[in-house]
Design a protein around this ligand. Structure first.
Ligand code: PMP
Ligand code: GLU
Length: 395
């Protein structure tokens, strides 16, 4: 950052994931044959029912400021939906704050809970925005490396080593960038540690529905209330409902935190896009949308199998995390030759026309992230190129 800017921004860098996606679009517009497997957003259109509900909301004149915390229809639909996903546990709509994307929910939660010097543990590799958001709150992000033999997840043992205990933990499951998924027992153990050590846990469950096991991925909301007193759950419609551009996310927090998040939002952006909230409410409330979600998840699963099988068969020895959720494949490149993720990605996009995200964006440049939220023929063509490129590196 250049001189003259506020110290608030001293650590600020543009989001690499967004920058790579923009660069791939620029190259394509300039006529280059570039396949973008960098962007982490579904290639599917928004299902028709939420889309129509958004259009109807505009026609019905829902075009003025909405309630700051979000419209009741959406908060009630989200509460019911989250309750159903977790076996009918009660979820209180009053504890939900709707924001302009779950990125804002995360920002609100971090800003409400963390301040100057507060240590916030972030299992690494970690989604690019977590450390940045903690820095913006003047907190101190501390990356806790995940265990290689354990899908790069962290255990309570890893967290226990942090002494004194951190003020907060941001946990992403299913995980961006690895596709790893924490089990119910692992989540419970982390929640118990958080309760005992008085750590605020921000559980980013935006990919919860994109799970290749049975049902939705395990959640903090599957735990009893006594383990949730310091837990904020982040959720939204961007990923499972292919609604990234509608910009609706939500945070479910203990009442005092929800109130603070809401007050913060009242001075920054106010209530989220009003018609988009009706679209999101329809996504959660209309059972027919479930069939669309199931269809998209089934398609992601096929693509995951495609990527994993081709890596296994054609690049034996390549290390990767077995993806059990989200739509990312995280593989290690230093075994292909002495190359780091950043160089791998730069050369791959210039020489072979495939955009991927280097692990540096997530705190470990031995790795590279491939997003398979792209059309299958594009994935097939991209894999041909990646495999050829990686084989040449090994020669
Ligand atoms: N959390 C994670 C882990 C993500 O990958 C994303 C994707 N941008 C977000 C939060 C934010 O999503 P959105 O703001 O679109 O809800
Ligand atoms: N979450 C997506 C990704 O990781 C979208 C871009 C972003 O918001 O970072 O690619």
């Amino acid at each position: 950052m250049s001189d003259g800017l506020s110290p608030n921004l001293q650590h600020l860098e543009t989001s690499t994931t967004i920058a790579i996606s923009a660069e791939a679009k620029r190259r394509k517009a300039a006529g280059e044959d570039v396949i973008d497997l960098g962007a982490g957003e579904p290639d599917f259109p928004t299902p028709p029912l939420p889309a129509e509900a958004g259009i109807k909301a505009i026609r019905d004149g829902r075009t003025h400021y909405p309630a700051n915390e979000g419209i009741l229809e959406l908060r009630a639909a989200a509460a019911k939906h989250l309750s159903l996903l977790s076996g009918g546990r009660p979820v209180n709509a009053d504890h939900i704050v709707v924001s302009s994307g779950s990125k804002q929910s995360l920002f609100n939660a971090c800003f409400a809970l963390f301040g100057p010097g507060d240590v916030v543990a972030i299992p690494a590799p970690a989604w690019v925005s977590y450390p940045q958001i903690v820095h913006l709150a003047r907190g101190r992000p501390v990356l806790v490396p995940g265990e290689l033999e354990w899908s790069l997840k962290v255990s309570v043992r890893d967290l226990e080593r942090m002494l004194p205990a951190p003020k907060g933990l941001i946990l992403c499951s299913p995980c961006n960038p690895t596709g790893g998924v924490y089990t119910h027992a692992e989540i419970k153990a982390i929640a118990q540690w958080g309760r005992d050590r008085k750590v605020w846990v921000i559980a980013d469950e935006i990919y919860r529905r994109i799970h290749y096991g049975t049902g939705p991925a395990p959640s903090f909301l599957d735990l009893p209330d006594e383990l949730l007193e310091r837990v904020v759950v982040i959720y939204g419609v961007s990923k499972a409902y292919a609604m990234t551009g509608w910009r609706i996310g939500l945070g479910l927090a203990p009442p005092a935190v929800a109130k603070a998040m809401c007050a913060l939002q009242s001075h920054t952006t106010s209530g989220a896009n009003h018609p988009a909230q009706y679209a999101a409410a329809a996504a959660f409330a209309d059972e027919r949308v479930e069939a669309d979600v199931a269809r998209m998840v089934a398609e992601f699963r096929k693509r995951r199998d495609l990527v994993v099988n081709r890596f296994r068969q054609e690049l034996p020895g390549a290390e990767f995390v077995e993806p059990l959720g989200a739509f990312y494949f995280f593989f290690r490149v230093d075994s292909f030759g002495k190359i780091a993720g950043t160089e791998f990605c730069t050369r791959l996009v210039t020489q072979s026309g495939v955009a991927l995200v280097p692990g540096a964006a997530f705190g470990d440049d031995r790795w590279v992230r491939l997003s398979y939220a792209a059309a299958t023929p594009d994935i097939v063509r991209a894999l041909d190129r990646i495999i050829e490129f990686a084989k040449k590196l090994g020669d």
